[in-house]
Design a protein around this ligand. Structure first.
Ligand SMILES: Nc1ncnc2c1ncn2[C@@H]1O[C@H](COP(=O)(O)OP(=O)(O)OP(=O)(O)O)[C@@H](O)[C@H]1O
Length: 590
C-alpha cells in the first residue's frame, strides 16, 4: 500500500488527541482517523488498554474499508510498503486472544491469525452454513430436452452447464465475457419450465436479479434475446415475458434500513428459481441476505466472472465460492471457457492477464494487431488528444444537428477508462481536459455542465424515468435547447436535462463503473506503477470491456505492475466452504 506522511498538524485526516502507535500510523497515512477513533472507542468500552489490541481493531476496521472481510495479523507487515514497523505476529495474536473483546460478548473474533469484526464473522459463517445446508443433488443423469434446447454444434459447454444446474440446487456458473453464460441460463430455464409442465406442476416462478439496475436491465434484455433464439416455440412460450430486477428489489428494500429486507428467513422469497448475474459484484452482506431469504427447495444459479473486480463493499464471494466449493466433491462448478464474442487476441490478452503472465501480456501488447494496440508512453496527453478530441468533436457535431441516434451510436464506439477518479490519471482530470481541448478547437467556451455533445453517465437508478446507474447518454440540440438522450436498455429515452440530476460527464469513466458494460473500442489509461489501484483484476476488467479493440496507454512498468499485483481480499469463506466448517462456532458463542 502506498502511503504518504501527513505533515500538516491541522490536516483533517489526523485523529486528534491520540498518542502512541495509533497516532504514528495515522500520521504515516497508514491508518485513517476513522480507524483510530473506532479502535479507541471499542477498546475503551471493553476496558482494554492494551495498545496492541487497539492496533488490531484499527487494522480490522481498515481491512473492511478496503474490501476484506477480516485481517490476517500475520500478513499485515508483509503487505505494508510504508516502512512502518508492526508487532511480532505471535505476540500480537496472543494479546488479541487475551482481550475481553474476543472472550467476552464478542465484538471481535480471532481464528488463527484471522481477526474479524463481529458482523462480518457472522455473515461469513451464515453464508457458509446456508450454502452448505442447501439440498444436494436431486435427479441424476442427463435431463431430457438438452438436444432440443441446444441443437447446434459447438454448444457442448452450455449443454454441460445447463445439465449440471438442473441436477444441483445451487450452481455457480462462471465464464468470461461472451462465453455464453446467458445462453446457458436461457437453456436451463427452458429445461426447468418443461420439467415442471411434464410433472403437472405450475410454471416455475423465476427471479432474475443483478447487483445494479443497469446490470439487471441488461440481464433482462440478454435473457429475452437468448430465449427468442430457442428453436422450439413451446420453450419460447413458456419463458415469455421474463423480467429482471436489482437484488435489492428482489429482496424487498425497506425505506427504514439498507441492511435489512422484506424477505428474510421468516418471510422467504416465493421463487422456485433465482438467477443472479454479475455475482462478482455482490458483497458478502448481500449474499448473506439473499441466501437467508431463499426457500431451501428453490434453485439458485449464481452467474459471474470471478476474475473481475470484486464488490465495492467487503467480500469476494464469487471468487471464494469458486475456490472453496471447487475443492469439494459434492458440488460442481459450471465453467464456460470459450468466448463467442470478441477478437481472438483480446481473449488471449485477457487470459494472460488472468494467469499473471506479465511477459506474455507485454509481448502480446507490443506485437499488436487489429484488436490490440499499445501506446507505450509516460506522457499520455498528446496521444489521448489525438484519440479523444476527434471523437468529442464528432459527438458535438451530431448533437448540434439534432441526430440523437447517431450521437448515441458514436458514444458506443469508444470508452476511455481510468483506474482513478482523481489525480493526473483520473476521470475528472481527463473529462476537464477534453472539455478544454473542445473549447480551444471550437473557440467556444464551455460554461455550463450541459453543452451540445456532452456525453454523460447516469449515476443513480430512477425507476420512474426508466434510467439506471450505468446508462450512458448524450446532450443533443443547440446550446440552450438541449435534450438529454439516454441509451436505456429498452431503447433511447429523451428527457429534459433538468430531470437527470445524477450524472457524470463521460469523456472518461472509471474501470469500476465500466463493469457490466462494453464498447466497441476501449482505451485504458494506466496510472503510475505504484498506484495501489493498479491490479490484475482491474486490468482484466478493463480489457474485457472491449468488443473489437483494446488500446493500452501507459508504460511497460505499469502493465507489469498491474499483472503482478493481485487484489488480495482477506476472507475465510473459501477455507470454510472447503472444510465444510459452518456455524457450530457461531451457535456456541450466541
Ligand atoms: N456455443 C456458442 N456458439 C456460438 N455462439 C454462441 C454460443 N454461446 C453463445 N453464443 C452467442 O455468443 C454471444 C454471447 O453469448 P452470451 O450473451 O450468452 O454470453 P455471456 O457470457 O452472457 O456474455 P456477457 O457476460 O458478456 O454478457 C451471444 O450472441 C450468443 O448467442
Amino acid at each position: 500500500m502506498t502511503t504518504s506522511p501527513l505533515a500538516d498538524p491541522y490536516d483533517a485526516r489526523l485523529a486528534l488527541g491520540v498518542t502512541g502507535p495509533l497516532a504514528e500510523l495515522n500520521r504515516a497515512g497508514v491508518l485513517e482517523a476513522a480507524d483510530v477513533h473506532v479502535a479507541r472507542r471499542v477498546t475503551a468500552l471493553a476496558g482494554d488498554d492494551d495498545p496492541l489490541v487497539a492496533l488490531a481493531v484499527a487494522v480490522a476496521v481498515r481491512a473492511v474499508r478496503s474490501g476484506s472481510v477480516c485481517v490476517r495479523l500475520a500478513e499485515v507487515a508483509a503487505e505494508e510498503e510504508s516502512g512502518t514497523t508492526w508487532p511480532d505476529p505471535g505476540v500480537w495474536q496472543a494479546a488479541v486472544a487475551a482481550s475481553p473483546l474476543v472472550s467476552g460478548p464478542a465484538l471481535l473474533h480471532l481464528e488463527g491469525d484471522r481477526l474479524y469484526l463481529d458482523r462480518y464473522w457472522r455473515e461469513e459463517l451464515q453464508v457458509c452454513d446456508d450454502l452448505l445446508s442447501r439440498p444436494r443433488d436431486e435427479v441424476a443423469g442427463e435431463p431430457t430436452g438438452l438436444a432440443r434446447v441446444f441443437p447446434a454444434e459447438g454448444y457442448d459447454e452450455q449443454r454441460a452447464a445447463a445439465a449440471l444446474a438442473v441436477t444441483q440446487s445451487t450452481t455457480v456458473l462462471t465464464g468470461g465475457p461472451g462465453t455464453g453464460k446467458t445462453t446457458a441460463v436461457a437453456g436451463l430455464l427452458a429445461l426447468l419450465a418443461q420439467a415442471a409442465e411434464e410433472a403437472g406442476d405450475p410454471a416455475p416462478r423465476i427471479g432474475l436479479a443483478a447487483p445494479t439496475g443497469k446490470a439487471a436491465a441488461r440481464l433482462e434484455q440478454a435473457v429475452r434475446g437468448e430465449v427468442a433464439k430457442l428453436p422450439d416455440p413451446a420453450d419460447r412460450a413458456r419463458l415469455d415475458g421474463l423480467t429482471a430486477m436489482t437484488l435489492h428489489r428482489l429482496l424487498g428494500s425497506r425505506p427504514d434500513t439498507s441492511a435489512r429486507f422484506r424477505h428474510h428467513r421468516d418471510n422467504r422469497l416465493p421463487h422456485d428459481v433465482v438467477v443472479v448475474d454479475e455475482t462478482s459484484m455482490v458483497s458478502l452482506t448481500m449474499m448473506a441476505r439473499l441466501l437467508e431469504a431463499l426457500r431451501p427447495e428453490a434453485r439458485l444459479v449464481l452467474v459471474g466472472d470471478p476474475d473481475q473486480l470484486a464488490s465495492v463493499e467487503a467480500g469476494a464471494v464469487l471468487a471464494d465460492m469458486v475456490d472453496g466449493l471447487g475443492q469439494r466433491d459434492d458440488v460442481r462448478i459450471a465453467r464456460l471457457a470459450t468466448s463467442h464474442r470478441f477478437g481472438r487476441t483480446i481473449g488471449a490478452l485477457a487470459a494472460a492477464i488472468r494467469d499473471g503472465d506479465d511477459e506474455e501480456v507485454v509481448t502480446l501488447l507490443r506485437r499488436g494487431d487489429e484488436n490490440l494496440e499499445f501506446i507505450e508512453t509516460d506522457a499520455p496527453a498528446e496521444p489521448l488528444r489525438d484519440l479523444l478530441l476527434p471523437r468529442a468533436l464528432g459527438l458535438r457535431e451530431a448533437a448540434q444537428v439534432g441526430e440523437a441516434d447517431r450521437a448515441l451510436a458514436l458514444l458506443d464506439q469508444h470508452r476511455l477508462l481510468c483506474a482513478h477518479r482523481e489525480g493526473p490519471f483520473g476521470v475528472r482530470h481527463w473529462n476537464r481536459q477534453v472539455e478544454r481541448w473542445l473549447s480551444e478547437e471550437t473557440g467556444e467556451g464551455i460554461w455550463s455542465d450541459w453543452y451540445p455533445g456532452r456525453p454523460f453517465l447516469v449515476t443513480a437508478n430512477d425507476y420512474g424515468l426508466g434510467i439506471f446507474n450505468g446508462d450512458a447518454g448524450v446532450a443533443v440540440g443547440a446550446a440552450g435547447d438541449l435534450r438529454a438522450h439516454v441509451a436505456a436498455v429498452g431503447g433511447a429515452i429523451d428527457l429534459s436535462p433538468a430531470r437527470v440530476s445524477d450524472v457524470d460527464t463521460l469523456h472518461a469513466m472509471t474501470i469500476h463503473k465500466s463493469q457490466g458494460s462494453q464498447a466497441r473500442e476501449v482505451t485504458v489509461l494506466l496510472p503510475d506503477p505504484d498506484s495501489r489501484l493498479l491490479t490484475r483484476e482491474l486490468l482484466y476488467t478493463a480489457v474485457t470491456r472491449a468488443e473489437k479493440l483494446i488500446r493500452v496507454v501507459g508504460t511497460e512498468e505499469s502493465v507489469r505492475a498491474a499483472v503482478r499485483r493481485q487484489v488480495r481480499r482477506a476472507s475465510g469463506l473459501a477455507e470454510r466452504l472447503r472444510a465444510g466448517q459452518g456455524n457450530t462456532a457461531a451457535t456456541a458463542d450466541d
